[in-house]
Design a protein around this ligand. Structure first.
Ligand code: ATP
Ligand code: MG
Length: 609
């Protein structure tokens, strides 16, 4: 699907050793290093992460967060968190809090540098009047349809509208009256006067202010005109003395406008040079997911998931609840690097990064997800032996704990087969298997219920085979299964999450990415996002992505877990041996009432039927 990540091996080794991933070079790091070398910004590195507080952050934002904060941290600089709150209709403080939490969770700190585009409304307004006074902005009173008609197309130049040559005095008066609330929404806009014939549509007199009689979550009813993104963003960056303004590729064609605005203001003595430089990188697209805000909202609103923090959602609140780690995201982002052109990354790359991080960091525990009773008929009734088991096979410093072995145990139902398929090395009538950390047992028979399903497996044990005792390994058996003592196992709710979608490109005409005609070569991008002003995507969707939801992507089971898991704190992450990685649920897990979410299966087990 995507090019193989080049530094995968290095980062996997680093993760296994518990070390942070090595920093691979990428073109953004190279630009910053170059600017430091030439002294362009006197060695300053100031970046910003500028989310619009109109939704929850997703996996793609993690890439932008780690890129921006990472560059600052690597260079002894600062990264600002700036809420780009220029659209009062869609924004809310609830989102701001969740975004702050997510950035902190990813391990970053903006210190005192928390800003809002709305902090600059007075200045943005003053600069707009300055543009008018310079003859560089005018009030346009055309309707939206008329403006569209005079703007031209990609191949045809635009033409001047009838209001383009209004006098400075008239423009100033109208603009002040717009601010004063004299006009309804849509009656007028303020446009920069650049070039209606520019081959770059963004330079054809872009609108920088519109009338919106709307309550803003910070400025209340102070304003009824609001600046547009390109204008507010360029000026905010410059006012904050940002050095490297990193954004996604769809803003490449906006860069000339970004520079035009800041250059003019700097020429007029309004801004300090050197001005920020905009650098574009490819947004993250991941297979088996949707990242579009509209779709995420629909998944929540229509109840396809349990909320924004459902572990199957690609939000950062979902990732956290699922047990994904900030380090896993860092590892992933280092592996995929920073590209200059859009590409799709296979979700497996993210899953592997999480596995590699968790493999290094998560302690091992035992859980039996689908319990079947095993009775060892020749083991004394009432006896319990403690067996000491390591918390991590490669990290003895993480210690050991005791499990109680007794006559009745829980084993996994699929570790027993009455009629074993070929190559089955686990328990079956007459077969022998090692109970991990304990004895070799031999199956002697079963009990069944009225419907014929197995309820109890009987076996005998060989007392000379206890793991860790002399001679125990003399007898070899191929199977090695986990178990829990019936007396000490604690029931737990375990939620088994799978991928939310069953195809790589949900809703795409080619959901599996094949070319028509079946060459097997994957299509690069069935639906890439294209930025517009308010509508940020156009997707040639010919199918409904909801049709690609995977049935049964959440299963809830009652499992048995070892006692230490029932006492684990919320959000503690573990590997359940042979089953995968699990996390104690943030919301519902409590001491004595354990609830675990499956983060990810062990490698190769995903989607195994
Ligand atoms: P919207 O579609 O509402 O604009 P957005 O995903 O662009 O949503 P923003 O709040 O504008 O959301 O994004 C904040 C920052 O995160 C921006 O700098 C944006 O470029 C970056 N970003 C958003 N999506 C991705 C992605 N998929 N990959 C990398 N960076 C992203
Ligand atoms: Mg955006």
């Amino acid at each position: 699907m995507s090019a193989a990540p080049q530094n995968k091996r290095n980062t996997a080794e680093a993760a296994a050793a518990g070390a942070p991933p090595a920093l691979a070079s990428n073109f953004v790091r190279a630009i910053v290093a170059d600017d430091n070398r030439t002294g362009k910004y006197d060695g300053r590195v100031v970046t910003r992460f500028p989310p619009e507080p109109n939704g929850y952050l997703h996996y793609g934002h993690a890439k932008s967060v780690q890129l921006n904060f990472g560059l600052a941290e690597e260079n002894g600089g600062t990264c600002h968190l700036r809420f780009d709150d220029t659209n009062p209709l869609k924004e809310d403080v609830e989102y701001e809090e969740s975004i702050e939490d997510a950035v902190r969770w990813l391990g970053h700190d903006w210190g005192t540098h928390l800003y809002h585009a709305s902090d600059y409304y007075d200045q943005l307004y003053a600069f707009a009047e300055w543009f008018i006074e310079q003859g560089l902005a005018y009030v346009d009173s055309q309707s939206a349809a008329e403006m569209r008609a005079t703007r031209g197309t990609l191949t045809e130049a635009g033409i001047a509208g009838p209001y383009r040559d209004r006098s400075v005095a008239e423009n100033l008066s109208l603009f002040r009256r717009m601010k004063g609330g004299e006009f309804p929404d849509g009656a007028h806009v303020l446009r920069l006067k650049i070039d209606m014939a520019s081959p770059n549509v963004n330079l054809r007199d872009p609108t920088i202010y519109r009338i919106r009689h709307a309550h803003h979550h910070r400025t209340g009813d102070t304003w009824c005109i609001y600046p547009l993104y390109d204008y507010a963003h360029a000026v905010s960056d410059a006012l904050e003395r940002i050095t490297h303004s990193i954004c996604t590729l769809e803003f490449q064609d906006h860069r000339p406008l970004y520079d035009w605005i800041n250059d003019r203001l700097a020429d007029g003595g309004m801004l300090t040079r050197p001005l920020p430089q905009q650098i574009e990188f490819a947004r993250l697209n991941l297979t088996y997911l949707v990242l579009s805000k509209r779709k995420l909202i629909q998944l929540v609103a229509d109840g396809h998931v349990d909320g924004w923090d459902d572990p199957r959602m690609p939000t950062l609140v979902g990732a956290r609840r699922r047990g994904f780690t900030p380090e896993g995201f860092r590892l992933f982002n280092e592996r995929i690097g920073v590209a200059k052109s859009d590409a799709w990354i296979d979700i497996g790359v993210l899953e592997d990064a999480m596995r590699d991080d968790l493999n290094a960091s998560a302690q091992r525990r035992i859980a039996v997800l689908d319990p079947l009773r095993l009775v060892i008929d020749n083991y004394p009734e009432g006896r319990t032996e403690t067996t000491s088991v390591p918390n991590h096979p490669q990290r003895p410093e993480l210690g050991r704990r005791d499990l109680g072995f007794s006559r009745e145990l829980w084993i996994e139902r699929d570790d027993f087969a009455e009629v074993p398929p070929k190559g089955y090395f686990r328990l079956a009538p007459g077969a022998e298997v090692r109970l991990r950390y304990a004895y070799i047992v031999k199956c002697t028979g079963v009990e069944k219920d009225a419907s014929g399903s197995v309820t109890v497996v009987h076996c005998t044990y060989d007392a000379s085979t206890k793991s860790g005792t002399p001679g125990a390994e003399a007898r070899k058996v191929k199977g090695n299964i986990h178990w829990l003592g019936v007396d000490e196992a604690v029931p737990a709710q375990v939620r088994l999450y799978d991928r939310l979608f069953r195809v790589p490109f949900p809703g795409a005409r080619n959901p599996h990415g094949e070319r028509a005609g079946g060459s097997g070569e994957p299509l690069p991008a069935p639906h890439l996002r294209v930025a517009g002003e308010d509508e940020l995507e156009t997707e040639p969707v010919e199918r409904n992505y909801l049709d690609d939801l995977q049935p049964g992507s959440k299963r809830v089971v009652t499992a048995f877990v070892e006692p230490s898991l029932a006492a684990a704190p919320a959000e503690a992450r573990f590997q359940f041996e042979r089953a995968g990685y699990f996390v104690a649920d943030r919301e519902d897990h409590a001491t004595g009432r354990p609830v675990f979410n499956r983060t990810i299966t062990l490698k190769g087990k995903f989607n195994e039927k």
